[in-house]
Design a protein around this ligand. Structure first.
Ligand SMILES: Cc1ncc(COP(=O)(O)O)c(C=O)c1O
Length: 417
């Protein structure tokens, strides 16, 4: 198992020149056509006014930091993979997603299965690792809820609050569409906004089917250690399936942080999900994956629709996975803008929850939904929640440096108003 990239503890001082150099590094690979060239050039000169902002993939004059998207665009290599394969889409491509599953297994350093089975059809080739690719990790959360959240039409799922709530939503839809009797227990975080593992354990009953841990958590950005996770797994009954959602794990800066992947391989009631929507900048391509025991992977395969995944999306994801310089840069820039944002929040005297992810939850000391609307009127899109525990908090995705500078200015103006 490879540990996550060690963080450069030396968070380089955020100078305009350093930032420009780094952004240009990302952009320089992307000079595939004139449009990209123009956008790359415009994105490396930090704007100081909101109407000068033109973020990747968003309309000019808008700071879009509400959906935890990657502000640096897709990996240039992913763009190249799309342009290289687009001419061949008149042909069925039977192997694109199996190749992506195998590329993910290689990337994670997993052990090859000595007896790999063919996918759904021999034409699709052999998946060499216990990896399953789907159209977005949201789809896998739905599958897991359906497969393991309900037994004989009933079930009990446990999820953190505030949390992402994907499994909660899936369970609610099973309730309303199929009359499944699923109880949903949302367990409040600790006062430090971390998963309250003790309370989650205590909430488990004989009827509990599925427990979800989002690590780092969305929207709080808090992180559990490998040891805490493994202890939790050993304390919960084996009839309970544990889903560890690692959508933001690539942003964790701890040196040698060990992810949940090896737990999914060691314990046959544990599933880890990940996505290409965040670090890899491919949100609209809808690619996510799961790592779990062979038997869970074959359940997912039997109930899924990988064959529905466009081949070009699979090629893009496989190329993005290999673009280590892009992911290193995104991680470094996200860390640097996070530190910049923290410093500015400290100056403003606003509290925030230190985040292990690509977003920060900020206490604006007033009704966050009203505050969000005021920012939106100024073309800054952040997220607020209808949730008492965080009713004064906005979730701010870390955009590019210029987007964050403009956001800080707009927050300042609103605080004064
Ligand atoms: C914690 C978490 N899990 C899963 C997802 C879904 O990601 P995907 O784009 O792969 O469906 C998100 C998206 O924001 C998320 O925040």
């Amino acid at each position: 198992m490879k540990p996550l990239d060690g963080n450069n503890n030396s968070i380089s001082k955020l100078t305009r020149r350093g930032f420009l150099g780094a952004s240009a590094g990302i952009g320089s690979l992307a000079l595939a056509n004139n449009k990209l060239f123009a956008e790359t050039i415009s994105s490396v000169y930090p704007a100081r006014q909101i109407d000068e902002i033109h973020g990747w993939g968003s309309r000019p004059g808008m700071v879009s930091i509400g959906f935890n998207e990657n502000p640096y665009g897709p990996s240039p290599r992913a763009i190249r993979a799309v342009t290289d394969s687009i001419m061949d889409v008149n042909r069925y491509d039977f192997v694109a997603y199996t190749n992506l599953e195998n590329a993910i297994g290689d990337h994670l350093g997993l052990e090859k299965d000595p007896n790999p089975a063919f996918g759904a059809n021999p034409l699709f080739g052999k998946s060499l690792y216990p990896v399953y690719v789907e159209g977005g990790s949201s789809f896998i959360l739905n599958q897991v809820t359906m497969l393991y959240g309900v037994k004989n039409g009933a079930g009990e799922i446990i999820e953190i609050d505030p949390g992402y709530g994907g499994v909660t939503r899936a369970a609610m839809s099973l309730r309303s569409q199929f009359g499944a009797e699923i109880k949903i227990k949302r367990i409040p975080t600790t006062s430090k906004f971390v998963h309250d593992l003790k309370a989650m354990e205590e909430a488990i009953t004989d009827n509990t089917t599925l427990v979800v841990i989002t690590n780092p958590n969305n929207p709080t950005g808090t992180l559990l250690s490998y040891q805490e996770l493994e202890r939790f797994i050993n304390n919960i009954p084996r009839h309970v399936t544990l889903l560890i959602d690692e959508a933001y794990i690539d942003f964790v800066r701890e040196d040698n942080y060990e992810t949940g992947i090896s737990l999914a391989l060691k314990y046959n009631n544990v599933i880890v999900t990940r996505t290409f929507s965040k670090m890899y900048g491919l949100a609209a391509m809808r690619i996510g994956y799961a790592v779990a025991s062979k038997s869970i992977i074959s359940d997912l395969r039997a109930s899924g629709n990988s064959w529905g995944l466009p081949s070009i999306n699979c090629y893009a994801a496989a190329a993005a996975l290999k673009d280590l310089s892009f992911t290193r840069q995104v991680k470094r820039l996200t860390g640097e803008t996070k530190d910049y944002f923290y410093r500015e929040l400290d100056i403003l005297g606003l509290n925030y929850i230190p985040s292990h992810s690509s977003f920060v939850l900020v206490n604006v000391e007033e009704d966050a939904q009203a505050f969000q609307k005021k920012l939106m009127e100024k073309n800054v899109r952040v997220r607020a929640y209808d949730n008492d525990a965080i009713k004064n908090y906005i979730r701010v995705t870390l955009g590019t440096l210029d987007e964050m500078q403009v956001t800080v200015d707009v927050i300042k103006e609103e605080l004064k108003a």
